[in-house]
Design a protein around this ligand. Sequence first.
Ligand SMILES: Nc1ncnc2c1ncn2[C@@H]1O[C@H](COP(=O)(O)OP(=O)(O)OP(=O)(O)O)[C@@H](O)[C@H]1O
Length: 261
Amino acid sequence: MTRLSAESISFAYAGDPPVFEKLSFEPQRGEVTVLLGANGAGKTTLLRALAGQLQPKTGKVRLNGQPMKEMSRREVARELALMPQSELRQTPLSVRDVVRLGRSAHRGWWMPLDSVDEQRVDSAIQSMDLQSIACRAVTTLSGGQWQRTILARSLAQDASVLLLDEPTSGLDLKHQYECLQTIRDLARSQELIAVLSLHDLQQTATFADRVALISHGGVLAFGDCQSVLTAELIQKAYGIEVTVIPHPVNGRPMVIPTGIV
Ligand SMILES: Nc1ncnc2c1ncn2[C@@H]1O[C@H](COP(=O)(O)OP(=O)(O)OP(=O)(O)O)[C@@H](O)[C@H]1O
């Protein structure tokens, strides 16, 4: 049974003040947890710490009870996929070949893929609506098509923990919603832990099962949308006055900025 937890972790980049101090956080299986917070609040840093890419100065990140720093990169990659906020396209591989790289955690990058791997690759390509461009070189893609390709690579990894840093940035309206729907469906049907950073509060209210509001070096609030998307907490985290009303269609919190504090 997959578990991921940050236990009282503190982290600072060299020579800088701490990004967060004694932060504890445990996203749940089968749920989409959205990290919200102002620019520079520490969402990317937290995702990278949860993925074992950054080592906290104090405290522990544990994956299935094991301290992550004791695990090899391959052990972590079999369980956990991290989609970065942006990634350079260095070689003109095809879309399909980039998505295939998601299978290397299971096969090793030097081993040929088998039919199960290829099925996973097909399904990830379909989930991100990439069939019609699967043979194109990634260097020729638009920004949104490239974003969907690296998302598909993360899905092909078949990990039980998905950490996605602003997965919808650069996507058009339809693909934003399809992407979030896919992630939510996968989290529910396969009992995955899905943690996403987002800036869009409407998307958050629509798709998040739980929200962690990151501010001032810690988790300011953690709970369902109703309890976190409040005018008071949003103002504290973002420094802007808002009014929160029920959405006229789905009844979820709708955050309307009313002024800069
Ligand atoms: N490689 C780095 N070296 C030094 N400082 C960094 C580095 N990366 C991020 N920071 C700093 O750490 C803090 C948190 O940055 P982080 O990228 O985690 O924030 P974020 O919440 O993801 O922001 P955004 O919403 O703008 O993407 C910021 O003050 C940032 O300037």
